[in-house]
Design a protein around this ligand. Structure first.
Ligand code: NG6
Ligand code: CA
Length: 516
């Protein structure tokens, strides 16, 4: 039996499985606001509090110094769409075959009937909102959206009361914000057309008109439609005054989030704050330019930290800091050259984006999925700590449902377990296993001591364009996780371990295992 006490209050503790529910009205009134600060491609080593030396992140440090900083926290996947799908549904993305990196005109991947993180909070009486990068599709069908009318399906169908988002990523068209299912700041003089098949007649592309790329040029891919002097993935026409300017994206997302907090100061709210930073194209606001010796990538980290600071400041100002639970993390590991000539590689200056982990974004290796995780809730977490407990974003839905008292419908959030005690620092029992999902759909199983990577047929050991070690092999790999860096494959030495972890993976796949 566990007790979650918040200030004067002790949340009713329930049952042998350690689930805590906010049961009474009084308890419910003490529930915190919840904010996810979800960075894009921010690596394990990219924050000062995780050892970064070339860039300071004072606002994130503030959270770490007064909260819990996790050293074994995992995103579910090493790319964005599957990671976000898993976080928001509590179901592994690899259970479906349509959750890979989404196009900008993908149909909405989470279906309206699915239960989501936002549904959970809404059912517990929270106001719910999403800001920033979405990348989980919009509308009914891929390629069939009418961007000049309300979208046929959007986040309102997934439990979010309000959203101000980018459809996909900054490197994919359409380059406009979507507010509550319609293009924000829509310009009727300039209707929007999008295609991932072919260009629109007379429209320039990065490939054919490199002279028009006055802001950033691609290093690989990203040579289709040009918006704001930067070429993107996909073709678009129109947009007019609705088109974003990359240098203002962080300001725009943050301003909307800050305004939301102000307007909902008297309500309990859940906010999914998904920054565009530090994804490519990295093109931060002028005020960060020249401020970091790593150039644009370092400046994008500074801009991320600035956004965090804006949220913290408004919470302070409104007296909401104490009872707001903030969870800061990233959707996948780092990449340096992800397709634009932003000089990120040459200006690293000794910085290790993945810390001492091997691999990065796209990999099966740790750099792909082990990410910063910081939890901050002054009313509850009184003793700051660094925790090495094994946790995964897949569990956040069930864990926060345990906090709020929301009941998850049977069969929903199937892969998500209540590990609230881990997140709040009261339970240091490791998750018995964590599943990591690489870009090529290879799965790995991490336990406290071991990591098993299943064999695959992908011949690439390095993703050349990004210079990322992928960790592929056609034989089983087993690494001793007490040794940093996944260097020595000891599968042949410990066949019984390989067998044990293979079995866990098989059972998780088949849904024949339940975590104790
Ligand atoms: C890749 C893009 C990369 C990035 C990634 C998705 C090319 C050559 N590369 O296909 O730039 O957009 O998709 O990143 O197009 S994620 O973080 O959203 O998953
Ligand atoms: Ca990402």
């Amino acid at each position: 039996m566990k007790n979650y006490s918040i200030g004067m209050l002790s949340l009713a503790a329930v049952s042998a499985c350690g689930t805590a529910y906010a049961q009474t009205e009084k308890e419910k009134t003490q529930l915190p606001n919840v904010i996810f600060i979800y960075a894009d491609d921010l690596g394990y080593g990219d924050l000062e509090c995780y050892g970064a030396r070339n860039v300071s992140t004072p606002n994130v440090n503030r959270l770490a110094e007064n909260g819990i900083r996790f050293t074994n926290g995992y995103a579910s996947a090493s790319t964005s769409t599957p990671s976000r799908y898993s976080l928001l549904t509590g179901e592994y993305a690899w259970r479906r075959n349509d959750t890979g990196i989404a196009r900008g005109d993908a149909g909405m991947i989470i279906r309206p009937y699915q239960y989501t993180m936002a549904d959970m909070f809404k059912s517990a009486g929270y106001a719910t909102a999403a800001f920033g990068k979405w990348h989980l599709g919009l509308g009914e069908k891929t390629g069939k959206q009418d961007w000049n009318a309300p979208l046929a399906a959007s986040l309102g169908d997934l439990g979010f009361d309000y959203h101000y988002i980018m459809a996909a990523t900054a490197d994919r068209v359409p380059c406009v914000f979507i507010e509550n299912g319609v293009v924000a700041n829509y310009d009727p003089e300039s209707p929007i057309y999008v295609s991932y098949e072919k260009n629109f007649e007379g429209e320039p592309t990065g490939k054919q008109n490199p002279e028009l790329l006055y802001n950033l040029k691609p290093s690989h891919g990203h040579d289709q439609s040009i918006v704001n002097g930067i070429s993107r993935i996909g073709y678009m026409k129109g947009g007019g005054k609705a088109l974003w300017k990359d240098e203002n994206i962080a300001d725009s997302i943050t301003a909307h989030a800050v305004e939301y907090i102000r307007n909902h100061r008297d309500e309990r709210f859940f906010m999914y704050f998904a920054t565009n930073d530090i994804h490519v194209p990295r093109f931060p606001h002028e005020r960060f330019r020249g401020k970091n010796k790593m150039g644009l990538r370092g400046e994008a980290i500074m801009q991320f930290d600035w956004s965090v600071g804006q949220l913290l400041d408004v919470l302070d100002e409104l007296g909401l800091t104490e009872n707001t639970l903030i969870i800061l993390s990233s959707d996948n590991g780092p990449v340096v050259d992800d397709g634009y000539q932003d000089r990120a590689v040459e200006l690293l200056n000794g910085h290790s984006p993945a810390g001492d982990l091997r691999g990065g974004k796209y990999s099966t290796f740790e750099g792909g999925t082990r990410v910063p995780v910081i939890v901050h809730w002054p009313a509850y977490i009184k003793k700051p700590q660094v925790s090495d407990v094994l946790i995964s974003q897949i569990d956040w839905l069930a864990s926060l449902a345990a906090l709020t008292g929301a009941r998850i419908p049977q069969g929903s959030a199937y892969d998500s377990y209540d590990r609230l005690g881990n997140l709040l620092g009261t339970d240091s029992t490791d998750r018995p296993w964590v599943i990591e999902h690489a870009a090529n759909n290879t799965l790995s199983v991490r336990t406290t001591k071991w990591k098993y990577i299943e064999p695959n047929d992908d011949k690439r050991t390095i993703l050349k364009a990004t210079n990322t070690e992928l960790g592929n092999a056609d034989v089983p790999q087993l690494y001793d996780m007490t040794v940093v860096g996944e260097r020595e494959n000891v599968a042949e030495k410990y066949p019984e371990k390989v067998f044990e972890l293979e079995r866990i993976l098989r059972q998780v796949r088949n849904r024949t295992i339940k975590m104790k």
